[in-house]
Design a protein around this ligand. Structure first.
Ligand SMILES: Nc1nc2c(c(=O)[nH]1)N[C@H]1C(S)=C(S)[C@@H](COP(=O)(O)O)O[C@H]1N2
Ligand SMILES: [Mo]
Length: 401
């Protein structure tokens, strides 16, 4: 199974060459959805569940309508800087090393990690760039990066070991200030520059708080695309903190830097210092309808509008919906108790009276008092979009018959 998948990945990478040689990836065609440009992701990406964007796959929010609190793996978004590596847990190991340890590097095997006390928790993973395309489409701002709509987020039930347990066993010293997990996926080359393996420092205080090294997602071993055999989960922080396919963790008595906390994942632009804001940590607040963009609804019928709202800052406490472009707002019913690091599902009946184009709006407020604004403050890389998103639908009258 693993060699077969590895072969699939090779085929994906070498597709034009394979075509020249005159063979047509037969085993691949059986497992992946036909017609999707293959971005180095192992799982199938059927177009009703995902929108492929470069090396990434965005969850279609409409595909969450039928799902529960936890996003099933078959529709959980994938954000890869390069491509999914297919690793073998029998040869995999995690090395903890650096000036912030009292002694020599310590290596943990997969079995050793699995024998440590385990913890479970529900937590969202959300890309810092989720919602980025709305800076451009709603505000006219120029931003760089993947043009996500709202589907670069998922909530899963994770099982793993506390990072603090591993760091203590490895002999973390009182002098440690930063820890930096590093992925085993290929080095990331952009603009002709090799930035090395994906890695981003975490302050020791967060690392020792609620971070886990996860080996299960929704009750199953981690899927290849989500970090098998072990990934970091940093609750409530931007997705880049949750390093997948972790192979080593540097523990340092000096502050650590990587392009992922200096060049990326800070706010740049007017109003920010030349070196950017402080490195980004917590995610922001958002809402999404579980409905296709441009969905067609029938006038005179009652539709159950459903959606989700979430915030990295505090549990979402209130959601309002407007079906008239923001003139009037209705408070909607929450289907979940407000919960930290997760989303709340909501629903509201809507009976459009006449045909036409309508923009549906949803606006969340969290328990810390953060409310989605009308306009997000722009930054050049389009991070942390938090404004109310205008969701276009078409209302039709029933004709004919
Ligand atoms: N090793 C490694 N870890 C990584 C990444 C990556 O490309 N390589 N992408 C990061 C980013 S930017 C995000 S948003 C999340 C996405 O997690 P997912 O693909 O499981 O949804 O993983 C993070 N961890
Ligand atoms: Mo991300």
């Amino acid at each position: 199974m693993i060699p077969a998948r590895r072969a699939v990945l090779k085929l994906l990478a070498a597709a034009p060459v394979a075509a020249q040689l005159g063979y047509a990836a037969p085993s691949f065609a059986a497992t992946a959805a036909p017609g999707i440009a293959a971005p180095g992701i192992v799982k199938p990406l059927p177009p009703e569940l995902f929108t492929v964007r470069g090396t990434n796959a965005e969850t279609n929010f409409a595909a969450l309508r039928s799902t529960g609190l936890h996003t099933p793996v078959d529709r959980f978004f994938v954000r890869n800087h390069t491509s999914t590596p297919v690793l073998d847990e029998k040869t995999w190991g995690l090395t903890v090393w650096g000036s912030g340890l009292r002694g020599a590097p310590v290596r943990f095997t997969y079995d050793q990690l699995r024998r440590l006390p385990s913890v479970t928790r529900t937590a969202a993973v959300e890309c810092a760039g989720n919602g980025r395309s709305f800076y451009t489409s709603q505000q006219g701002d120029t931003v760089t990066g993947t043009a996500w709509t709202l589907g670069a987020v998922g909530v899963a039930h994770w099982r793993g070991v506390r990072l603090s347990d591993v760091l203590r066993r490895a002999g973390i010293s009182r002098d440690a200030v930063d820890v930096m997990p590093r992925g085993l996926d290929d080095e990331y080359v952009t603009g002709g520059v090799n930035l090395g393996h994906v890695r981003r420092p975490l302050p020791v205080r967060k690392a020792l708080d609620d971070v886990i090294l996860a080996y299960e997602m929704n009750g199953e071993p981690l899927p290849y695309d989500h970090g098998f055999p072990v990934r970091v989960i940093v609750p409530s922080w931007i997705g880049i903190a949750s390093v997948k396919w972790v192979g080593d963790i540097e523990v340092s008595a000096e502050p650590l830097y990587s392009p992922w906390n200096t060049d990326f994942y800070r706010l740049f632009g007017s109003g920010y210092p030349a070196e950017g804001s402080a490195p980004l940590t917590r995610q922001t607040i958002k809402s999404a309808f579980e409905l296709a963009q441009g969905a067609v609804l029938t006038a005179g019928e009652t539709h159950e509008l459903t959606g989700r709202s979430w915030s990295g800052k505090a549990p979402v406490r209130r959601v309002e919906v407007s079906t008239d472009g923001g003139a009037r707002w209705r408070r909607v019913q929450l289907r979940d108790a407000p919960r930290r690091d997760s989303w709340v599902r909501w629903s509201v009946p809507w009976r459009p009276r006449e045909a036409g184009s309508v923009q549906l709006l949803a606006r969340a407020t969290d328990a810390a008092g953060n409310t989605q604004p009308e306009r997000a403050v722009p930054n050049t890389q389009g991070y942390l979009f938090d404004a109310v998103v205008r969701h276009p639908v078409t209302v039709r009258t029933l004709t004919g018959g």
